[in-house]
Design a protein around this ligand. Sequence first.
Ligand code: URA
Length: 197
Amino acid sequence: MKKTELLREIKKEVVELKSSPLYQERIKNNVFPVIGEGNHDADIMFVGEAPGAKEAATGRPFCGNAGKILDNCLQENGLKREETYITNIVKDRPPRNRDPLPEEIEAYRLFLDRQIEIIQPKIIVSLGRFSTEYILTKFKLEKELKPITALHGKIFNTETNYGKVKIIPIFHPAVAVHDPRKKDTLREGFKVLKNNL
Ligand code: URA
């Protein structure tokens, strides 16, 4: 099967995922799951946490305030959003944007694993502590786990069944939404990404 068909299959399964703890919330609010978007052959994959209000209303990842900051950081480094692939661990919006619960991560994580297998990115950028914890653990780097402040902008090399992958944890762009001074710290993380292409 082609990448597009495999990704479409994931979308179909998530749309029908009645067993998810967030499914009823989606129906009640008449919103969408957010599967991911971008280049199916991307070298860079961004993994965020979970959709916010705007994302759930449109079905598109990082299209709200945090997304504007992400777009801006990409632009500053000459990177095109459409050349990357952007997704989240949790595909439905947790109520009031609260942190995802372990059972919510569990409900969706295999979809992210499949997206990684299909797209085969050379660099996975984990945005924020939840996706960093998941990605480092998934690639058996759990001994490297520290608070995100200590991992931001570090590079972890790993071997997958499709080749070498670099994992770069970066602060979640939302940190700069209410504290513009954090933008500089965020920028440093994106510079690391740019320098490792
Ligand atoms: N925050 C995330 O983690 N993901 C989105 O798609 C939007 C905001």
